[in-house]
Design a protein around this ligand. Structure first.
Ligand code: FCB
Length: 456
């Protein structure tokens, strides 16, 4: 048997994508409420105001997890439910909600994995400068301690930050995510530094209340392939690797930013204070890996580089992402299905960064699922996707990589950020009109796979 006996078999979600109830029980507004309310920011102007109504259905959703045989569940805590104004007294009703959720999970034999920050920054903190402001990193650590004081007796697994690359670059460079600022790469690297700092600052604050806690950050990582063998393409591969992977991996695991990164991005280094890099590289218990796809890149021809720059402010300059890959299976997100990228990535992380453990904190795919009002959701492509990616995890473990868990993204169809409700990633279909849940064929397949593994 390849998978360790205590392997975490889970599914993941995040607060803003599933909870809804954005005005209830004292929750304050977040940057995502504000962003989604701006015309033209999200698909059909959709927001997480109702989402999958999980706030009112948490107990039923835990029952569905149990039906799937999951032994772990990764969710995120909405900071604006806990500290609605960004500072001041914590909101008991918010804490109570997550405390009840944790109790339901434990009663069902499901290990909770709590993410502190999955992008829903309290709007009040944004108005004071948000992640550009170092004070926000300190505020996250305070909030982490409030949560750990309440849940630390029952929650052992903690993810501090989810995909800081997205918060920094999609928020301040591409502008596709809240707060929707386009082309301010200096802000993006400053924001990234404060996100990383908040991770390190939160660790001792969590441990103070949960001495046995296992703490890490979750990064979205991509193996980078060369689209041709030109020397300038090989340099483009290195630049893309710095931008997508090493920007966050190196500070966390090596205590330094990769040489050349800030030049690539055409910016000055962020405001690094004495001791910051040591805080950021506080040893973690695991690294969370969110894997969706690889990138195949080549050096852009000068003319193409100039037009890419004018078009979408894509950085670093001079990288051409090859989208039309022959014979590739492409998901509804436009992402190539490439399972082998996952084991390559895991082996490379193990070799280059020596992390004590790796947790697949997200892996999944959106397809155009259909439910006809009766019967099943036959999502054969997602079944294949899961089977092939679990095969990749199994290969990596077989080669000695310490992978300790796998979380399918996502438990439920949900609010896919700027793409709204059009992109369905769930193992469980949600009919958003009625909030009815239907376990998809992929959910049933995953349940069977887990049962098989756990019976061995
Ligand atoms: C990741 C996010 C997650 C979800 C998936 C599809 O980037 O962490 O919230 O949107 O992508």
């Amino acid at each position: 048997m390849t998978f360790p006996r205590d392997f975490l078999w889970g599914a993941a979600t995040s607060a803003y994508q599933i909870e809804g109830a954005t005005h209830e029980d004292g929750r304050g507004p977040s940057v995502w409420d504000a962003f989604a309310a701006e015309p033209g920011r999200t698909y059909l102007g959709q927001s997480g105001e109702v989402a999958a109504d999980h706030y009112h259905r948490a107990e039923q959703d835990v029952a569905l997890m149990a039906e799937l045989g999951l032994n772990a569940y990764r969710f995120s805590i909405a900071w604006p439910r806990i500290v609605p104004e960004g500072s001041g007294r914590p909101n008991q009703a918010g804490l109570d909600f997550y405390s009840r959720l944790v109790d339901h999970l434990l009663a069902a034999g499901i290990t909770p994995v709590a993410t502190l920050y999955h992008w829903d920054l309290p709007l009040a903190l944004y108005q004071q400068g948000g992640w550009r402001n170092r004070a926000t990193a300190l505020a996250l650590a305070d909030y982490a301690e409030v949560i750990a004081a309440r849940l630390g007796d029952r929650v052992r697994w903690w993810v501090t930050q989810n995909e800081p690359w997205c918060s920094a670059y999609l928020g301040y460079g591409a502008g596709e995510h809240a707060p929707g600022i386009v082309g301010d790469m200096q802000a993006a690297v400053d924001v990234a530094h404060h996100l990383l700092l908040s991770h390190g600052l939160a660790i001792p604050r969590i441990r103070a209340h949960a001495p046995e806690a296992r703490i890490g950050a979750a990064l979205n990582l991509f193996p980078i392939f060369a689209g041709d063998q030109r020397p300038e393409t090989l340099r483009a591969v290195q630049r893309a690797d710095r931008f997508h992977n090493r920007w966050f991996l190196d500070p966390l695991c090596r205590g330094e930013y990769p040489a050349g990164l800030f030049d690539d991005l055409g910016v000055a280094p962020p405001p690094i204070q004495d001791g910051d890099m040591a805080i950021i590289s506080t040893p973690d218990d695991f690294l969370g890996v969110n894997y969706y796809n690889r990138w195949v890149v080549r050096a852009a021809r000068p003319a193409a580089a100039a037009s890419a720059r004018r078009g979408d402010e894509r950085v670093p300059d001079g990288i051409d992402y090859i989208a039309d890959l022959p014979q590739s299976d492409i998901t509804a997100m436009g992402w190539e299905v490439y399972p082998h990228g996952l084991d390559m990535m895991l082996e490379e992380l193990n070799r280059a960064y020596h992390v004590p453990a790796l947790l697949i904190t997200e892996n999944g795919a959106a397809f155009h699922d259909e439910w006809n009002g009766v019967g099943r959701v036959a999502d054969q492509r997602r079944v294949r996707y899961l089977r092939d990616h679990l095969g990749a995890v199994e290969r990596a473990i077989g080669h000695g990589v310490p992978v300790v868990g796998y979380f399918a993204w996502s438990l439920l169809d949900n609010y896919e950020w700027a793409m709204g409700y059009g992109k369905r990633f769930g193992l469980i279909y949600v009919d958003f009109e009625t909030q009815r849940r239907i376990i998809k064929d992929s959910g049933r397949w995953y349940a069977g796979f887990i049962a098989g593994q756990r019976a061995m």
